[in-house]
Design a protein around this ligand. Sequence first.
Ligand SMILES: NC(=O)c1ccc[n+]([C@@H]2O[C@H](COP(=O)([O-])OP(=O)(O)OC[C@H]3O[C@@H](n4cnc5c(N)ncnc54)[C@H](OP(=O)(O)O)[C@@H]3O)[C@@H](O)[C@H]2O)c1
Length: 248
Amino acid sequence: MKIVVIGGTGLIGSKVVEKLKAQGHEAVPAAPNTGVNTLTGEGLAEVLQGASVVVDVSNSPSFADDAVMEFFRTSTTNLLKAEAEAGVTHHVALSVVGTDRLQESGYFRAKQVQEDLIRESGMPYSIVHATQFFEFMNGIADLATEGDTVRVSSAGIQPIHSADVAAAVCRAAVGEPLDGVVEVAGPEAFRLDELIREVLAAGNDPREVVTDPRAPYSGAPLEENTLLPGPGARLAETRFADWLAQQK
Ligand SMILES: NC(=O)c1ccc[n+]([C@@H]2O[C@H](COP(=O)([O-])OP(=O)(O)OC[C@H]3O[C@@H](n4cnc5c(N)ncnc54)[C@H](OP(=O)(O)O)[C@@H]3O)[C@@H](O)[C@H]2O)c1
């Protein structure tokens, strides 16, 4: 089966391409540096020729509110139109657990628009909602840094290894369209402030982590359960501590 992976050169996309190829599929990475740009439409019709499934694991190069909205709105619109013209029969997209609860964030408003465009397109689809990647914990710290202080809340977080996310995306890609959402998360929940302290300590990072219940996440306030998966989520196996130990 030919499966085109938009963002197939990224953290998740490169693992998805590798796994699908190992399963015997014709997995084609598509990204600006392979000549495919979903924002401009460049190379889209060509790469989609003969494809049955499209996996979208792309991300906006800029997280500024306007830029990220423009990215997900325009690229998803272009992609869904080109898929319909090429006879694609399944669109798979990666989004984030709790997207609908994080609408005070510009990034998550853009992810919500991406999801809504997919739901309203008429194209059979599967949306994979993942929790935060283990690899993104330093990014969370950086986003919450002022001077030498990292200000984060003590809300729950249940992060997942990128390889486990890629496996979930591959399962969706080779399965029947869900016309709905499947949630995936790591095996254990933590408190965000404690997890960030642990990650910084492991990297000998001197920044001080201050617990602040009002500290936003990507611009949105957090309740205890905002980032946590629901009861029906599929839990992956890789444990955070095992992954962190391998980073040293
Ligand atoms: N970070 C998290 O914790 C988290 C959690 C859940 C879900 N997600 C979602 O996971 C997805 C993938 O994240 P990631 O960290 O794997 O992303 P990433 O490593 O930043 O990769 C982004 C990919 O998008 C491609 N891309 C950028 N602009 C493009 C364009 N105009 N046309 C086509 N492709 C384009 C990039 O190609 P180039 O390399 O050529 O620029 C790259 O292959 C995102 O949608 C994100 O919302 C993230």
